[in-house]
Design a protein around this ligand. Structure first.
Ligand SMILES: [Zn+2]
Length: 140
């Protein structure tokens, strides 16, 4: 696999100009926050790790200007989801190649016990207290 492609300096300039509003403020291209003077990231719209054909040069259409704090590295945002997608792609590839995840907890586990049904089970022997009533006047 070829290494990660990076945007060139002129491409970064062009992307920053694209992200700039009429007042000259740089806007995050995801959430629109004013990120002038903040740390910006040049985000790959398709994560490089998922790009199979890296023979084509990147264009500025392959990237977005994101604020690092608002959209790029915050929890639940794009980079986090990208990492999950990359991890899933790697697992899928490993499965495809026949590599299974290691099974843990391979002991016998707990035995299966049949339900006791103590309340509905028929009596196997007469209850001891019934014996005193064997000659009960109430019997036929
Ligand atoms: Zn943002």
């Amino acid at each position: 696999m070829r290494s990660r492609r990076e945007f060139t300096r002129p491409q970064k300039v062009a992307m920053l100009k694209r992200a700039m509003d009429a007042h000259g403020n740089i806007r995050c291209e995801s959430c629109g926050l004013n990120i002038t003077g903040k740390v910006v990231e040049f985000d790959h719209v398709i994560p490089e790790a998922l790009v199979l054909d890296k023979t084509h040069a990147l264009s500025i259409e392959d990237g977005r200007v994101l604020g690092r704090d608002c959209c790029h590295r915050a929890p639940g945002t794009k980079t986090t989801r990208d990492l999950a997608a990359i991890a899933e792609a790697k697992r899928r590839e490993a499965r495809h190649l026949g590599i299974r995840p290691t099974r843990h907890l391979t002991g016998r586990g707990f035995p299966t016990v049949p339900p006791r049904r103590a309340a509905s089970r028929p009596l196997l022997k007469p209850a001891a207290w019934r014996e005193g009533f064997a000659d009960s006047p109430f019997d036929d």
